[in-house]
Every structure is written in structure tokens, then in C-alpha cells.
Design a protein. Structure first.
Lengths: 761, 166
């Protein structure tokens, strides 16, 4: 039996599970310190208004209250939340002050922080803070935003943050001579990542050593440390951000939020540890929202169904501020509307409109979920118009294997060219059709059986991954012969410790038991780290581990060569436990007499990986109740080399169900005054165990990525990306006799019932 | 106020404010942080514990209401030596990712299987529908609970598969 080099590709049960299953995970709210103060945050109940006064005297006087912090206590210039991605100068005007200064711009914006001896007293004191806010007309949607009558930032003179444009070929020329053109309008609703664990922070200031330690970090610890160091005027080395177990990220958790300044600031001010735990209502109105997008697009085709061009306008409601990664979703709406299809001529612009709602950020498959709904809906309409089979229409237009690498539309003004790395998009479509038994099942399309209409849909997606520029790793051969792996990647619940242990053990040619641990949660473990976003951990962190492992093996050879009096190149390392020289002389690696041996590695990358595949669904729709029963849902995806089939399969299935939430139920509803109406989990509905019992995923590894040594591609987002478009097409197909064409999500029973009622009879 | 109850087989006597929830009492006074708090309004189920054998939401009751009760948390359903059959089944089926909902899933599933070791997939889904999970899509959790049924059946019945499948 092989004992080494057999871990990558094996369904290894997760190492993390041993603590999680016994209730021994350590999430940030599980931490406590003696002498700890508890923070509670007063949040604006007004969507748009000018602050006349904030009176904190009564709150401060409440026994047990230590202090109350408002913009006044922060100093002359309240720091802004920076843009982490696409840091264009245009966005600086729309930066969020970490605490409301002169205006409030969304319900939930922080106005004051109370520090008290218990969470209860801190919350009691919030009720004693008296705020006088002059209400201003709320900008509740993108139409009001574009009118510029009520301005979020008067000095900017506009509510338009920026307009991105995606261009490929010559769309105007393609449309001029096109035999067939169709124009449509689609919309996706505001919804959110909703990690199950609310956010939290525990900050400790050591005045003697001028050192700040912050627990509760996630996703991008190093960027957040750089940001905070600048804001607090401290050297980066004086701050350590620690990531505890993290109850889900999905893009939203771990970005730099106002609290990431406020809580450390409070700890330094108070000279005592300060802990803050978000409640669910705060979470629903404060963590990044996403997905509120609309488009008016036109497609041009030949009568045979070859796509000639795609053009139009898109609008993204970005909420009240531009912060951290708030431009990514909109950018992707423009760049990825074409999906995995060969569309030679593209001209799409997208307007990022500010409104008095919670700022947006990335949510798993940002911009892709939205545009897959737009595009796949449009394709089914076009195929129907042209009398073409919808599978054949897609097949005709998929980017082929021979066209790889395939250049996609270029984005301006943040000049960004991109290309698909590898793959056979037809093959995953074929496999998906096989899995769902398309020839048989599609006979049911539109059939009314026992009072329910049956519908089928199939479509294709691509999923970007592996964002650069870099990731770091360090591996240490400890004196007891065990290996410790340190990485700059972050764990947000995706099983990083297990897959990195697999990669490291294979690279070191050792068994997994010889890995002492994978250490990922601190800015002190490696010099420079980038974290977990854009499905980058396995590709970037994993490749950095390969580099560190190779360098460590070189270091071990050099070390052993000195002791065995030979050339380093003559040393053979056997199963990581001994180094053998030319004459058979050997030296054990589990009893290093002196220091441990360590090596640092890195992986640098400017390209992206593209996982791809197809989804298919079979639904039964009750036209009287508007209820959709999902009878079968299949995802087939090729994600390059698979490290752990168990975790990649699990993430895909989970991702599908999250996407079905966005397709069928999840909706952050605001009224005309920009008040959030869905402030609890009784109002904001997410899928439960009884909603979608029939989900299948088939993960393939036929086409490794050529851009990294593992051959891996980012995974975990592919399940969510296509879900909206597939479900809408399946419902349209089911209700084809009634000519129902969904153009908006979510497909709640009410919406479907209304579409049925509105259908021409 | 003083409240006395039994947690995981241990008698405790805690001095609490009347407004303190049982979840916060367990987590912050007794340092049993395996019980998680995800919503504080009884929807997510992460705080589910066993109270006199029944699965209840510890965020929806006050600590003082636990007077005299027998409370079991996820820590009480675990041991150092090995994972329990239910926990092993969760691990095998990859029924957890971030782990935050897991304690509530384990306590809820334990209560269900203790009462109904022959329950079918639909019943498992019905009971677990009060526990939110954002990572797994529930499919592997249901599979894990179904597989763990055998361990909850009396020995004589152990070979009986109950005639139902996922």
C-alpha cells in the first residue's frame, strides 16, 4: 500500500470536524477576558438625514457604562473604510466614515458605541442616547438615485458612483446587419450571504507594549491590518489580527467594516479588552448586501442561432457607500454577462447607483448569479423565437476547447483583460444532459400532470477563481520530526486545514499524521498573506505550499549533506523521516539536535482559473398556489484537479441550495423610505431542510488548469451561479402553455401566482 | 437570582439576572460554548439543547426557567475517547462545513433518533427544518442522520433497516 503521495484526490474526512462535532470549535463570541468591556452600537433608524445633535450624557450616567464613543471622540478626521479591490480615485468621494459624522445614509449606520460592564447594560444605554436627525428625502431605488434630486453626497453632485463598460469586438457593426435582434429587461433582487455566525470582535490593547491583538478576523486579515494600522497611526507590526473558527463567509464576512476600526479603537481608548457581538438584526442591516441588479439588453443572432452580439445597459444598486469590494459585483455584471459562450461583439455598460440602503459587497458568485439569470433567460426566449432547440442553441455558442485560452470582454476604466484558461464546455453540458436523462425528461416539458405543470431547464456557467497577486506559506520541520504548515490563506468554514494538510503531506512525501497542523489564522504566521476570496485558497495557498515544501526539502538536503559529508544533491529524503546519503548513511529527521528547519514559499499569479459546467432542473409548478417543487437538480462541473472530492462535492451542493434561496425566496425588502422590512430570520427566508431534497452534483477533473502547479481551479461558487437562471427557465418551461416569462427574481409563490394570473388567456 | 439545574450530569448553581437567556447562561456563565447563538429569536436552531430530553431553543427561554431541569448540551453528547456514532456519521457524510449550526443539528438529531430510531427521510427533514444551515444544503446532514439511526435502535432491531431510504 502506498503511504505517501496518495492524499490529493482522496475523500479524506475533515480534520476540523473533530472539534466542531464535539462543540469545541472556538468562534469569536466564545472568547472571554477578565475585565472585558462589552460594546453595543447605536445604529441609525433613519435612512437619510443630517445629524443635528447626539446627546450621550444620560447614557454615560447609567451605572455600569464605561464610555460612549461618537464621531467627536474619534478625532478631527473620521477614517474612511477603504476600497480593497478596484481602488479607483472616483470612489474616494463615496467612502464610508467608520462612524456617522454629519449625515446618516442608511438604516443601520453606526452613530455611537457604548462600552459597558455587560452586554445588557450596553444595550440599555443605547436607549438613553438622544439623537436629533433632520430627515432628508430617502433615495430608495436606482431610479430615484439617477434623478440626482436628493444627493447622498452633496459635494459630489451625483449619485452615480461610476460607470463600468465591457467591450469586445464591434457591437454596433454586429447589430447593424443582424437578421434577428431581441431586447429584454431583467432584474435580480437584493439579497445577502447571511453566514450563520454573526460577526464579532474582541480587541485587546497592551499599553505597555503598545500592541493591539484583535480576535474575530476573517478572510483578509493582512489587508485589514494594513488598513487599521494606517487609521490608528500604529506600525503594522504592533497589530496582530487573529482568525478564530469562522461560521461561514460567502464573501461577506471578513471585509473591513466600520466595527473593524471602532472596536480596536475602543479597546485602546478604554485600556481594557472590548468585545462586540453582532445580533442578527444588526447582521441583516450591516453586513454587505448584494445582487440588486437590473439590465436592458439586446442580443443579435443569425436565424440559425449563432450569436453575433450582446449590448445594453445594466444598473446596480450599490447602497450608501463604496467600501472594500463593493464594485466587484457590478464589474462582473458587465464582464461576465456572456458567461461561457462565444459572443464576438459585446458592449455593456453598468451604472453603480448609490441609494440609502446598506452598502453592497461580494456574495459567492458576485455578478455571475445575476447575469446567469439575465443571459440564460434571454437564451431560452431567443431559442423559442427562432424555433431552435434550446440545447442546440447553447451548444452552437459555447466556447470550444480549441479556442482556449479564450479572451473575454475588457473592462474600463479599471483596465482588466481576462481569459478562460482551459476546458471542454461541451463535455460538461453533455454529461449534465445524461445525468438528468434529458431525452426522456424533456418529454414532460409543459405537461400538466395531477394539477402541476412540469418544466425542464439546462444551462451553462463559468466560475472565476485564483485571484492574485500572491499567497505565502511557510513549512517547519519541528525538532520532533513533525511538520507545521503556516499559510496566509484564511479559513471560513471551507475545510482549509484538511485540504492543505493533504497538499503539504503529498508534497513532502509524508503521511498526513506527520503534519502537526495547518496554521492559518494570524497575521503573525507569515510575512504577507492575502486570504480567502474569489475561490483562491486551494490554487494560491496550495501552490504556495508546494513551493515551500520544495524549498524545505532542499533545506533538509543541505542540512543533512553537512552532517553526512556529501553533496546536497546526493541526499534522498525517505518518507520525511530520514535523510539518506550516497553510501547508505542516514540521519533521522525526528530528532533534530539543534534548531528546527524551515522554509518559506510563495505563489505569484496574474491569471484566473475558470471552473465550468452545466446545471439542469426538473420542476413541477402548481399554477393555483404558485408553489414550485424541485424534483431534480443536477450540477456537473469540471474544477481541474480535485484535492478532496468530499469537500468539493459538499461545497457544490451547499452552493446550489444557497443559490436556490436567491432564486426562490431570499429578498431584502425596503420600503419607499428605505426602511429595511426584513430585519429577522422570520422575515428574511433562507432554505431549510425540507425545501430542496433533490440535489445532485458530479465533479469532474478532466481539464486541469495550466496556470498553477497543482492544476487546480477555484471551486465552491459554481453551484450558486446558475441557480437563478435555471429555476426561472424551468418555471417558464413548465408554464409555457400560459406564456409565463419570469423577468425578475425571487420566484416566490406570490410572484408565480401573479404571473399566472397576468397570463393572456 | 439563583438558579439550580443539572448540566451534562453536573449540578450547577448560578447567580443570574432574571433577563438572562439560558443560551447566554450556558455560554458565558458556565463556559459551555458549544451551544451557539445565531439569531436570538428562535429561528436558526443553533442554540438547541436537550431540556429533560426534549430539543428546545435555549435562546427562547430564560436561565431561571431551567430551575430543576436536566440540561444536556453538545458537550454532554460527546466524549474524549472517540466520536459517537452520530458524530462519526456526520463526519463521514461531510454533514458540516463551518460547524456553526452543527451543535444544534447534533442535539436535534439526537432527540429525534432517541424517540424515533426508525424515522424516514421525510421525517428527518421535517424535524431538521427548524435548524438552519448555510453551508451544506442539508443533503449530507439528512444522510448522516439516517445512517446514524441504527445506533439508536435496541440491539435486537439493529439489523432492521426500517424499510426506508434517503
Amino acid at each position: 500500500m502506498r503511504t505517501v503521495n496518495s492524499l490529493i484526490g482522496s475523500p479524506i474526512e475533515r480534520l476540523e470536524d473533530l472539534r466542531f462535532l464535539r462543540g469545541r470549535g472556538q468562534y469569536v463570541d466564545d472568547l472571554a477576558r477578565k475585565d472585558m468591556l462589552h460594546a453595543a452600537i447605536l445604529r441609525s433608524s433613519v435612512a437619510h438625514g443630517r445629524i443635528r445633535s447626539i446627546e450621550v450624557t444620560r447614557a454615560r450616567a447609567l451605572p455600569g457604562v464605561h464610555s460612549v464613543i461618537t464621531a467627536k471622540e474619534i478625532g478631527n478626521r473620521v477614517p474612511r473604510v477603504p476600497m480593497r479591490l478596484q481602488p479607483l480615485p472616483d470612489f474616494e468621494r463615496f467612502g464610508q466614515p467608520v462612524i456617522a459624522e454629519t449625515k446618516v445614509r442608511y438604516v443601520g449606520e453606526a452613530i455611537a458605541v457604548v462600552l459597558a460592564d455587560s452586554p445588557g447594560i450596553a444595550e440599555d444605554a443605547l436607549g438613553l442616547v438622544e439623537t436629533d436627525i433632520e430627515p432628508l428625502p430617502a433615495v430608495a431605488d436606482r431610479h430615484a438615485s439617477a434623478e440626482d434630486r436628493s444627493l447622498l453626497f452633496e459635494e459630489a453632485g451625483t449619485n452615480l458612483a461610476i460607470r463600468f463598460r465591457a467591450v469586445r469586438g464591434d457591437a454596433a457593426a454586429a447589430f447593424a446587419g443582424a437578421p434577428y435582434v431581441r431586447r429584454e429587461r431583467f432584474r435580480t433582487q437584493r439579497h445577502m450571504a447571511l453566514p450563520l455566525e454573526p460577526r464579532g470582535l474582541l480587541a485587546e490593547w497592551d499599553a505597555a507594549r503598545e500592541r493591539l491583538v484583535i480576535y474575530g478576523g476573517a478572510k483578509v486579515l493582512f489587508f485589514n491590518r494594513r488598513t487599521l494600522a494606517k487609521q490608528l497611526g500604529l506600525p503594522e507590526a504592533a497589530i496582530e489580527i487573529v482568525e478564530n473558527d469562522v461560521g461561514g463567509g460567502f464573501g461577506a464576512r471578513g471585509e473591513f467594516y466600520p466595527e473593524d476600526f471602532l472596536i480596536p479603537f475602543a479597546a485602546r481608548l478604554a485600556g481594557r479588552p472590548v468585545k462586540w457581538t453582532e445580533d442578527r438584526r444588526e447582521n441583516l442591516m450591516c453586513i454587505n448586501h448584494a445582487r440588486e441588479a437590473e439590465c436592458e439588453v439586446e442580443i443579435a443572432c443569425t436565424r440559425e442561432g449563432t450569436i453575433l452580439g450582446l449590448r445594453g445597459h445594466a444598473y446596480v444598486d450599490v447602497g450608501a457607500y463604496m467600501r472594500t469590494n463593493g464594485a466587484v459585483g457590478a464589474r462582473n455584471v458587465a464582464q461576465f454577462m456572456s458567461g461561457p459562450y462565444r459572443i464576438p461583439n459585446i458592449d455593456i455598460d453598468v451604472a453603480l447607483q448609490l441609494t440609502n440602503k446598506t452598502p453592497v459587497g461580494t456574495y459567492r458568485g458576485p455578478g455571475r448569479f445575476e447575469t446567469d439569470f439575465f443571459r440564460e433567460r434571454l437564451f431560452d426566449m431567443v431559442a423559442q423565437d427562432l424555433g431552435l432547440d434550446r440545447v442546440a442553441f447553447r451548444r452552437r455558442n459555447l466556447v470550444s476547447k480549441q479556442e482556449m485560452p479564450y479572451q473575454i470582454a475588457t473592462i474600463t476604466p479599471f483596465e482588466s483583460k481576462d481569459e478562460f484558461d482551459s476546458g471542454d464546455y461541451q463535455a460538461t453540458l453533455d454529461r449534465c444532459l445524461d445525468e438528468v436523462n434529458w431525452p426522456e425528461k424533456s418529454k414532460l416539458a409543459g405537461k400538466l400532470i395531477d394539477g402541476r405543470y412540469h418544466g425542464l431547464a439546462v444551462g451553462c456557467f463559468i466560475e472565476g477563481g485564483a485571484a492574485g497577486p500572491k499567497e505565502s506559506a511557510r513549512i517547519v520541520l519541528e525538532r520532533d520530526g513533525l511538520y507545521s504548515v503556516y499559510v496566509g490563506s484564511s479559513a471560513i468554514g471551507q475545510g482549509l486545514e484538511t485540504v492543505f494538510a493533504q497538499i503539504a503531506a503529498d508534497a513532502l512525501e509524508i503521511t498526513i499524521e506527520r503534519i502537526r497542523g495547518v496554521f492559518h489564522g494570524s497575521t503573525s504566521y507569515v510575512n504577507d498573506g492575502y486570504g480567502a476570496y474569489h475561490s483562491r485558497s486551494v490554487v494560491m495557498g496550495g501552490s504556495a505550499i508546494l513551493d515551500a515544501a520544495a524549498k524545505l526539502r532542499d533545506a533538509i538536503r543541505t542540512w543533512a549533506a553537512q552532517r553526512l559529508n556529501c553533496q546536497a544533491s546526493a541526499i534522498e529524503i525517505v518518507e520525511g523521516v530520514k535523510a539518506v546519503g550516497p553510501g547508505g548513511n542516514s540521519i533521522a529527521l525526528n530528532e533534530l539536535s539543534g534548531e528546527s528547519i524551515s522554509a518559506e514559499g510563495a505563489f505569484l499569479n496574474k491569471k484566473h482559473t475558470y471552473t465550468y459546467g452545466a446545471h439542469a432542473a426538473h420542476v413541477a409548478v402548481d399554477p393555483k398556489l404558485g408553489h414550485v417543487d424541485l424534483l431534480d437538480y443536477v450540477v456537473v462541473a469540471d474544477c481541474g484537479r480535485i484535492i478532496n472530492p468530499l469537500t468539493v462535492h459538499g461545497q457544490t451542493v451547499g452552493s446550489v441550495v444557497q443559490g436556490l434561496g436567491g432564486a426562490m425566496m431570499e429578498h431584502l425588502v425596503y420600503d419607499q423610505d428605505a426602511q429595511l422590512l426584513t430585519g429577522s430570520l422570520a422575515d428574511y427566508l433562507i432554505p431549510t431542510a425540507s425545501d430542496f431534497p433533490n440535489i445532485r452534483a458530479v465533479m469532474l477533473e478532466q481539464h486541469p488548469s495550466p496556470i498553477n502547479p497543482l492544476g487546480a481551479k477555484g471551486a465552491g461558487e459554481g453551484g450558486i451561479i446558475a441557480a437563478g437562471g435555471i429555476m426561472a427557465n424551468a418555471v417558464a418551461n413548465a408554464l409555457s402553455a400560459l406564456h409565463v416569462q419570469p423577468r425578475e427574481l425571487p420566484l416566490t409563490p406570490t410572484r408565480i401566482w401573479e404571473l399566472v394570473q397576468a397570463a393572456p388567456r | 437570582m439563583s438558579v439550580r439545574f443539572c448540566v451534562n450530569g453536573r449540578e450547577v448553581d448560578v447567580d443570574v439576572e432574571p433577563r438572562l437567556t439560558l443560551a447566554d447562561c450556558l455560554r458565558h456563565h458556565l463556559r459551555l460554548t458549544g451551544t451557539h447563538v445565531g439569531c436570538e429569536h428562535g429561528v436558526c436552531g443553533a442554540c438547541t439543547i436537550l431540556l429533560d430530553g426534549a430539543a428546545v431553543r435555549s435562546c427562547l427561554m430564560l436561565a431561571v426557567q431551567a430551575e430543576g431541569a436536566e440540561v444536556v448540551t453538545v458537550e454532554g453528547l460527546s466524549n474524549d475517547a472517540d466520536l459517537t456514532p452520530l458524530q462519526k456519521s456526520f463526519r463521514k457524510h461531510h454533514a458540516l462545513q463551518c460547524g456553526f449550526c452543527t451543535p444544534g443539528m447534533i442535539t436535534t438529531a439526537h432527540a429525534l433518533l432517541s424517540e424515533e430510531p426508525n424515522c424516514d427521510a421525510a421525517r428527518v427533514r421535517e424535524v431538521l427544518s427548524g435548524n438552519l444551515c448555510r453551508c451544506t444544503g442539508y443533503i449530507p446532514i439528512v444522510e448522516a442522520v439516517l445512517e446514524a439511526r441504527a445506533a439508536y435502535r435496541p440491539k435486537a432491531q439493529a439489523g432492521d433497516r426500517g424499510g426506508d431510504r434517503a
